[in-house]
Design a protein around this ligand. Sequence first.
Ligand code: BGC
Length: 856
Amino acid sequence: MSFEHLPDGLGIGTATPRLSWTLAAGSGSQKAYEVQLDRGGRSHRTGRVDRPDQLLVPWPGEPLASRERVTVRVRVWTSGAREPSPWSEPATVEAGLLDPADWCAVPVGAAWAEDPASDRRPARVRKDFRLDRPVARARLHVTAHGLYEVEINGKRVGDDILAPGWTVYPHRLRYRTHDVTGHLTQGANTIGAWLGDGWYRGRYGFDGGTRNIYGTDQSLIAQLEVTHEDGTTAVVATDGTWTAAPGPIMSSGLYEGETFDARLHDPHWATPSRADTFAWTPVRTGTRDPATLVAPLGPPVRCTQELPPVSVTRTGDGRHLLDFGQNLVGRLRVTVDGPAGTTITLRHAEVLQDGELATRPLREAHATDTLVLAGQGPLTWEPRFTLHGFRHAEVTGWPGELTADSVTARIYHTDMRRTGWFECSDPLVNRLHENVVWSMRGNFVDIPTDCPQRDERLGWTGDIQVFAPTASFLYDCAGMLDSWLTDVGLEQLPDGTVPWYVPVIPGAPMWTPIQPGAAWGDVVTLTPWTLYLRFGDLELLRRHNGTARAWVDLMERLAGPERLWDTGFQLGDWLDPAAPPDDPVAGRTDRYLVATAYFAHSARHLALAARELGDRAGAERYAGLADEVTEAFRRRYVRPSGRMTSDSPTAYALGLAFDLIGPDQRQPAGDRLAELVRQDDARIATGFVGTPLICDALTDTGHLDLAYRLLLQTECPSWLYPVTMGATTIWERWDSMRPDGTLNPGGMTSFNHYALGAVADWLHRTVGGITAGAPGYRDITFRPRPGGGITWARTRHETPYGTAALSWELTATGMTARFTVPEGCTATAELPGRAPVVLGPGEHTLDTAELAEDAA
Ligand code: BGC
């Protein structure tokens, strides 16, 4: 049993959380269910409901009150069984603060004057309080302007970092609810919080960035609610009685890194028995509209893995170079002992050049952490309010010899549930797939970012638009992307314009003020659709529908009666390898062809969404519009021969994959695409727009062999070229590192960008053979298309209903395939050259040779 798209039910932000459950394998398909709600001694049962629904079932009782805690169980009647199943394990959902009037906490922070020109030293805030009776239960509802980490009586609250994450703060600031019962005692208690600048007021964005994007204060907003054993309650909320002091963090920034002076650190500073020597002074209180405080829709950012260095090298001048063997996103935790005042500097980079950290690609992100030792025995330290993208680190000033066990790379990202796996007989393809997973992890850090290392790390809309189908297979990212799409809607202009990146921060003139651009703006139509298809959440589709509609209506106005969007600034097939390194827009595909293709595709998806949402008129209107745009596209960009006006692989890939080419031109266009791929000797000749589509376009027009040649190419540019160069993540450019080992000289050279990894969706569907045939994979199409000398593949996906899996291997006579279909789902197996076979829940094995005999 689970609630909404959340990993647990604590502090949920809706009074009517939807329920989902999965059935154990072999239990048979659900015919009916009954839900029981236990709420404070009252029990409520729905009675038997004769429906097969088990995904995002509407809340079956009275709405939750703020803080209300309800235990939920379900039992089901399945096909074949007369009796209901036993009741499920109870799951608990607990409402957060649902009413703005529930909040009494106000923002509190340092009252001292800051030198705006210098690196601002972060504040800590603190409050001592007494609890006169034994504690039965305690919750901390907490957020901040900036970043926070709370301690109660010296013990950290929660294990998430960079809280409250990044949203469009003026409209939505997320608070989190923690169970802190175990942190408190009867008698004297202390609560304290470390604060950081983060996105709220840190230096962020290109070209030196902007400070104070959302405000100038750095403040904690916290409300501790205690229920005593005797039923009485106490509230400790941030107010004018708190005090503030600086601390051992001397400076901190997401790009900059952090400096910590351990000589100033009293580990007991947030306990009643502290000894620190800081002058704690009254806080300055601020204001915050509590109506803008919202509960999270997805999981927080956490450490999900730790890696030791694979090598430690001492340089001639006494520095240490560490290699973690994996390009990752996180930070270092060090354990070190040395004399007081020893200064240790940690620098980070994704690659080495000439044996030294290559930091040029980081641009103005310094990614440098500094620790000053206190000289009081071994100290374990990790920075708090920063994150770096790196594989290599340089350590300067380490006292003595640094050993591998004294430094650990801690990997952080939004702690989503892993749901997708793929493996095949080709080790290079497997490494490519691993690299996609690593790039997703590194860039799903509260919002979906372009890159994790340089002075950017923005929610670029185009990048996630192309990557969402891959992402939603690999991880349960529904909640996280639902949250981010909410912010996209908030940042949309009244005329429908969708920003290039969300949240919007000041950028160069082409980015702000925002202006409409194809492929990036289309995130609002295509990504909610992808999430609906993969996670089966119709409400999510409905919630983002207004945004999608405004976007398509805007394109309609921009295109005018001609139905061709051929004006304004466009990125076109961004990063076409034929474009010069310093002008990635100058690809070989007409950027207005790209714009009209996306216009048609978005209008088509809006029509599909309208149909699902029961909006007949909308479905008709947008299907009609999509037809007209498609017609206009054909007239303008497709010749009767099937040749396109831009004779480029991306033009054909778009036309074919978006189904914009007329029936008579389709095959010739597919053949021309094949010819171009052959002419390029199956090297990649597509950018952001064409690359995610080209393998499908080839597969669907009878050129599967060429799709495999593209996939398996190892010469630059290709997917596997970086793998042969030792890549452990997906690069931004095909040649982020050139064959001679030098870095691409462009100002934009990231080694961790997921966009070009969107090919993994084709791997999952076409090599692996698992496709959602109906929303939430309630119907599954298994259609593996072997090729390229790959002899076996194993693919697995945790669908909302349970495990779907397909593993196939070639045999002397054809193919043997093993399928797993989750309870509640149906499937069709379409094996090469064989008639489709319908499969029910459970395990199945099919052999194409046997199928042939059966048919005979
Ligand atoms: C980002 C991209 C983004 C692009 C748009 C780059 O700087 O890293 O991935 O989509 O700008 O132009």
